[in-house]
Design a protein around this ligand. Structure first.
Ligand code: UGA
Length: 429
């Protein structure tokens, strides 16, 4: 099948390369000419395991192309995916300017039937608006359909998630659109949920909100564990064994970050409010997430008495391991709070330092965890990179000024560290 993907960002590139690998002919379209030129030369602007290889192979085979020619690319395809950005406005509401713009451009360009599918995370009813926009701006009497096909890819395992999803969600209004999307995904052989467009849009909101709720729930339990002297790791293990609950997304820590959860939760609260429902549960999820960061700083302060003039060594800056992405990373807020209290911050991350240098002020960046520990008053883990799990704590103890470890991701054994003479600060244990 001939597909056009509009927006060569994280979602667009992964979706494009994967569809090409399934045997479809894909054009990734973007209005950033420079980006398209470098993609044509084979430079993939994001780090995603397996993506580069996939993109190169399918480009060589002629199944994946990159273009900045809108009308031409749109008209060569039967199915068009919109994967442009939906950045948040100050109110938390998603800004749909790019989506609307693309819908108008499609309307003016299209010369034959098109199925226009929203792939970006968009508020419910966006499909409806895309339909109205195309109807209003289309130049020729050609039929079209609109569909919703939300993505559930995680950063760092996006290719794997695309190829082996738990489910595919398709929101359509016609048999023709349903057939096209079913055909597109046929090679994957996974369960497909077919529904109306609004329900498909809501599945995405509801799924991300539920996952964030799981995280805040276990973080709230962690708070209680600390008060009563229980171990949140055991509590989540025991809960997760119940198949109705499941073990994933029950790791307590410094809270969720990234380009999706914080933004999506804000947007869903906004959408719910607009529809007349005050989503207090999600507001609490958001508040617990913010509190987790403050609580860790308070615990470090308690261990050091006064933060002013102390040096804090931070391990991990990315919002999760195996990425250099720092969007809404808990490290950003935690470092700001430490600095506000007068502390100096040293930091190391295996991938995120180049980006961190552009985002964080007055931080001394180091080449290795041991350099971070040298003459610091406490060592704080904010991302659970594998290389932090294997540190030599006998060496760390000699390097630190005070033997304080704040383990914001619960990756160490408190007993082992306490035996070595550390003051261990975990989350919920
Ligand atoms: C998330 C969803 O998992 C994807 O399904 C979805 O497609 C994507 O958002 C999106 O909407 O585009 P992602 O943001 O890449 O994916 O990251 P996750 O792996 O879900 O992690 C999100 C945050 O939650 C991270 O900061 C992570 O450290 C935190 N987390 C996760 C916890 O604190 N505890 C957990 O148990 C799990």
């Amino acid at each position: 099948m001939n597909i056009c993907i509009i927006g060569a960002g994280h979602v667009g590139l992964v979706t494009g390369a994967c569809f090409a690998d399934l045997g479809h002919r894909v054009t990734c379209l973007d209005n950033n000419r420079q980006k398209i030129q470098s993609l044509k030369r084979g430079a993939i602007p994001i780090y995603e395991p397996g993506l580069e290889e996939l993109a190169h192979r399918n480009s060589r085979l002629g199944r994946l192309r990159f273009s900045d020619k809108f009308a031409e690319s749109v008209n060569e395809a039967e199915v068009i995916f919109i994967a442009v950005g939906t950045p948040p406005k100050e109110t938390g509401e998603a800004d749909l300017t790019y989506v609307e713009n693309v819908a108008r451009q499609i309307a003016t360009a299209m010369r034959s039937y098109k199925l226009v599918v929203e792939k970006s995370t968009v508020p419910v009813e966006t499909g409806e608006w895309i339909k109205r926009t195309i109807q209003a701006y289309k130049k020729r009497q050609v039929p079209f359909d609109v569909g919703s096909n939300p993505e559930f890819l995680r950063e760092g395992s996006a290719v794997q998630d695309f190829m082996h999803p738990d489910r595919i969600v398709i929101g359509v209004e016609s048999q023709r659109a349903k057939n096209l999307l079913m055909e597109l995904y046929k090679p994957l052989k996974v369960p497909i949920v077919v529904t109306d467009i609004k329900s498909a849009e809501l599945i995405k909101h509801a799924s991300n909100s539920f996952l964030a709720t799981k995280i805040s729930f276990i973080n709230a339990i962690a708070m209680i564990c600390e008060q009563v002297g229980a171990d949140v790791l055991k509590v989540s293990e025991g809960m997760g064994m119940d198949r109705r609950i499941g073990p994933s997304f029950l790791s307590a820590g410094v809270g969720y970050g990234g380009s999706c959860f914080p933004k999506d939760i804000d947007a869903f609260i906004h959408i719910a409010g607009k529809s007349g429902y005050d989503f207090q549960l999600l507001k609490a999820v958001r508040e617990i997430n913010e509190a987790q960061k403050r609580r860790l700083v308070q615990k470090i302060e308690k261990a050091l008495w006064i933060l002013n003039d102390k040096t804090i060594g931070v391990l991990g800056l990315a919002f999760k391991p195996d990425t250099d992405d720092m969007r809404n990373a808990p490290a950003i807020d935690i470092i700001a709070m430490l600095q506000q209290a007068g502390a100096k911050v040293k930091a190391y991350d295996p991938q995120a330092i180049p980006l961190a240098k552009t985002l964080l002020k007055d931080v001394q960046f180091c080449q290795a965890p041991y350099e971070v520990a040298r003459r610091s008053d406490a060592l704080v883990v904010l991302t659970e990179w594998n290389e932090f799990k294997e540190l030599d704590f006998v060496r760390i103890k000699k390097l630190l000024r005070q033997p304080v470890v704040a383990d914001g991701r619960n990756i160490y054994d408190p007993k082992k560290l306490e035996q070595l003479g550390f003051r261990y600060i975990g989350v919920g244990r």
